[in-house]
Design a protein around this ligand. Structure first.
Ligand SMILES: Nc1ncnc2c1ncn2[C@@H]1O[C@H](COP(=O)(O)OP(=O)(O)OP(=O)(O)O)[C@@H](O)[C@H]1O
Ligand SMILES: [Mg+2]
Length: 342
């Protein structure tokens, strides 16, 4: 199988005063193309740190991250911006939708950087919103939508540009468990159809069970890698034989009745599933604008550094927060500001 992400001996050490935190303590693994991997661990175990390194949002203290043929840890900020724009989609726990834009405009945003006409961008965004079951909410602004609906807008936005890789950090962290499972199913369906690779961080074992492989992380180390599908298949093999035998016996007794019953169950289940996607969207407390804006900044910053006046105007409405206080191994990070003296 084709490896799309390789992480080699990755370390991230944060220094706060006297203290040193080994957020990542020698992590190595590969992710295959089209695979869905879940990174699972307790709070503070290093999940987000790992994801942020893979996305090139933070620099490792030591180690390598190779995506395709590109060494992420060696790229400059500008190269990373271009790389992410071309290859990566993000889904965040707090949605990070721009509050002044409606659902359609939020979803169309990543397409701005693909040199597409506005009409075409809105068409594609519309298709994506339909796919996530939001055809009736295209013109709603984030505050006019439920948590589950906003989350689905976030998913549509992450997927609209057809990224090869999707990074998701607790993508359903603000939703109730029923809605979470639905949203998870939806994400999985879409990425499968497009052979996209998904790396998802969660602390929820049930959500992780949707994945092809589960990487468990503790104190910055990977402690196990399991394949829930395979393990479950092995466990269920005996049951399935018993179940089928039982079903066949029933049918022999009353074949037609058996079939009708199955049909009814399937039909009802299908109807319920359809309805629940629309109706069951989770309620959540309003996220503060700052929190939404915060991570949107990163995405828009990474997307907006060269063109689009429109985006920059939007961006300037959003409070500018700076989180570059990570004390990495290098101290040359002030070299960004060049003055043009002639
Ligand atoms: N910018 C930072 N500066 C200093 N320490 C940090 C920083 N970011 C994370 N850490 C520390 O690194 C460790 C791993 O943090 P990380 O955010 O990766 O955890 P997590 O597994 O995502 O947790 P959660 O489930 O709570 O989101 C923690 O001990 C955390 O305090
Ligand atoms: Mg985290």
């Amino acid at each position: 199988m084709d490896d799309v992400i390789t992480v080699k001996d990755l370390y991230k050490i944060y220094r706060i005063g006297e203290n040193r935190v080994r957020a990542l303590d020698g992590v190595s693994f590969t992710v295959h193309r089209g695979e869905f991997c879940a990174i699972v661990g307790a709070s503070g175990s290093g999940k987000s740190t790992l994801l942020n390194m893979m996305a090139g949002l933070e620099k490792p203290t030591k180690g390598e991250i190779i995506i395709g043929k590109d060494h992420i840890e060696k790229k400059s900020e500008n190269q990373l911006v271009r790389f992410r724009r071309r290859n990566v989609g993000f889904i965040f726990q707090s949605f990070n939708l721009l509050p002044t834009l409606n659902a359609l405009e939020n979803v169309a945003l990543p397409l701005t950087f693909q040199g597409m006409s506005k009409k075409r961008r809105l068409q594609k965004a519309e298709q994506m919103l339909k796919l996530v079951g939001l055809s009736t909410h295209m013109r709603h602004k984030p505050t006019q939508m439920s948590g589950g609906q906003q989350q689905r807008v976030g998913i549509a936005r992450a997927l609209v540009a057809g990224p090869k890789i999707i990074f998701a950090d607790e993508p359903t962290g603000n939703l109730d468990s029923v809605t979470s499972a639905e949203v998870m199913g939806l994400i999985k369906k879409i990425i499968r159809e497009h052979n996209q690779t998904l790396v998802m961080v969660t602390h929820d074992d049930h959500l992780a069970s949707f994945a092809d492989r589960i990487f468990r992380i503790r104190d910055g180390k990977i402690i196990s890698i399991t394949e829930p599908g395979k393990d479950a298949a092995a466990e269920n093999a005996d049951e399935t034989i018993d179940e089928n035998a039982g079903r066949m016996a029933d049918e022999t007794i009353d074949e037609n009745a058996g079939r009708m019953a199955d049909g009814t169950v399937d039909e009802n289940a299908g109807r319920m599933a359809d309805r629940s996607i629309d109706e069951n969207a989770g309620r959540m407390a309003d996220r503060s604008i700052d929190e939404i804006a915060d991570a949107a900044m990163e995405e828009i910053a990474s997307a907006g550094s060269d063109n689009s006046k429109e985006i920059r105007e939007t961006e300037s409405n959003v409070s500018d927060t700076e989180d570059g206080n990570d004390e990495g191994p290098k101290e040359d990070e002030t070299a960004n500001e060049k003055t043009d003296k002639k």
